[in-house]
Design a protein around this ligand. Structure first.
Ligand code: FES
Ligand SMILES: [Fe+2]
Length: 406
């Protein structure tokens, strides 16, 4: 689980006038909407005796969430503003603060930044130009996996499994014909263009879906991954002017659970009557994937290639692995779960937020200890490990039709 990224914590429509509990990167959060309609996000734990703030309420002025245990009030920056037992004259010490995470509302989703980086250093929330565009009909749904988010992302951008896992996308017999045509790689996202030969579509009233796609018709599919939000975005070009876009935010609720907040858009059959079938097909695909992903081993995505092999059809997936690995090995943003678990049930640890960093810079101190992260690998050692893996990939895919490394 990686800190210092934006993640989707909840749908916007869920957070109205009451505090809402969410969980991201194994940490409980409280979301509440203030008087101006802005969503605030704090660590869901009270400094006093550990009450869960999400079990409380929003105060009358609508600028604080109130702890249900003894009524302490916390503003949107995590600062305790009021301690009822001490009366109105009590000056709350500046140290009485909990972590508060930056929030953005986009695409009907509440995005929270789970880290303490300055604003200008944060990777941006991925674009979704189809949202609010009348050319596209959008539908949303969600899905929970008993799997770690990186495994879910890798599955989403993998083309080779389609021939085996999804009858609607491919035949085992065309596995060799599918190929990756282009890869465009950036620091925090990448896109590929795949050519596939899927079966004819079936179903619909009087079999109307048969007309959308002929059997084994050459189809271009463009998967993307984005580290912020652990997004998988897939655009499918069915035919001229007929497109589908899937945008899945794969939130690591904890290391065993991934909650996917999914949008699906289409440019054709935009009437409501076609929504039900569309959702049903999406659910089938997610179920097919979950059966495979939830049973894969090791449970966590391997960080090196020491115990696995890859071939050319994995090359787009490997761009995700390499980029993710840089966040772990170079930036040191991975939560140290072994260290964290030593304190389980005994001590509150919260992911560092910008308000904590600012308070520490001013020498104020902080009550809750920081969630531990795995130290980055420094110097030549890191580079050698990385290059060893790239070399291994190149050797293993030497007989493939095109080169592995992008
Ligand atoms: S535990 Fe929250 S006010 Fe006491
Ligand atoms: Fe799949």
């Amino acid at each position: 689980m990686i800190t210092n990224l934006w993640y989707v914590a909840e749908w916007s429509e869920t957070v109205l006038d009451k505090p809402v509990k969410a969980k991201v990167l194994g940490q409980n959060l409280v979301l509440f909407r203030d008087l101006e309609g802005k969503v605030k996000c704090l660590a869901d734990v009270c400094l006093h005796r550990g009450g869960s703030l999400s079990g409380g309420w929003v105060n009358k002025k609508r600028d604080c969430v109130v702890c249900p245990y003894h009524g302490w009030e916390y503003n949107g920056k995590g600062k305790c503003e009021k301690i009822p037992s001490e009366g109105d004259d009590f000056k709350v010490p500046p140290r009485f603060k909990v972590d508060a995470y930056p929030v953005e509302e986009k695409y009907g989703m509440i995005w929270v930044f789970m880290g303490d980086l300055e604003e200008e250093k944060r990777y941006p929330i991925p674009p979704l130009p189809e949202y609010d565009n009348p050319e596209w009909r959008g539908l949303k749904t969600e899905f929970t996996w008993k799997a770690e988010a990186s495994r879910v992302v890798e599955n989403g951008i993998d083309i080779a499994h389609a021939s085996f896992v999804h009858p609607v996308f491919g035949y085992p017999s065309t596995a060799e014909d599918n190929y990756i045509d282009q890869v465009e790689k950036h620091e925090w996202w990448a896109r590929s263009t795949n050519v596939m030969f899927p079966p004819q579509l079936k179903g619909g009233f009087l079999g109307w879906r048969n007309f959308i796609r002929k059997d084994k018709q050459e189809t271009r599919v463009h998967p993307e991954w984005h580290l912020p939000g652990m997004i998988v975005r897939i655009k499918i070009d069915l035919r001229e002017g007929w497109h589908i876009v899937m945008f899945d935010a794969n939130t690591p609720v904890d290391e065993h659970t991934t909650r996917t907040f999914a949008w699906q858009f289409r440019t054709f059959f935009k009437q409501k009557m076609f929504d039900k079938g569309s959702m049903k097909r999406l659910k089938t695909i997610l179920d097919e994937d979950a059966t495979i992903v939830e049973d894969s081993n090791p449970y966590y995505l391997p960080e090196t290639l020491a115990n696995e092999v890859s071939v050319k059809s994995d090359k787009f997936m490997s761009t995700f692995r390499m980029a993710r690995r840089k966040l772990i090995e170079e930036k040191g943003w991975q939560i140290d779960m072994d260290e964290r678990d030593k304190h389980k049930g005994k001590k509150v640890l919260t992911i560092a937020s910008p308000v904590r960093r600012e308070a520490e810079q001013e020498g104020q101190g902080w009550v809750f200890e920081k969630m531990p992260t795995v130290a980055p690998i420094k110097g030549e050692g890191a580079k050698n490990e990385f290059e060893k893996d790239v070399e291994q990939l190149t050797t293993d895919s030497a007989n493939s039709k095109d080169s592995f490394v992008v």
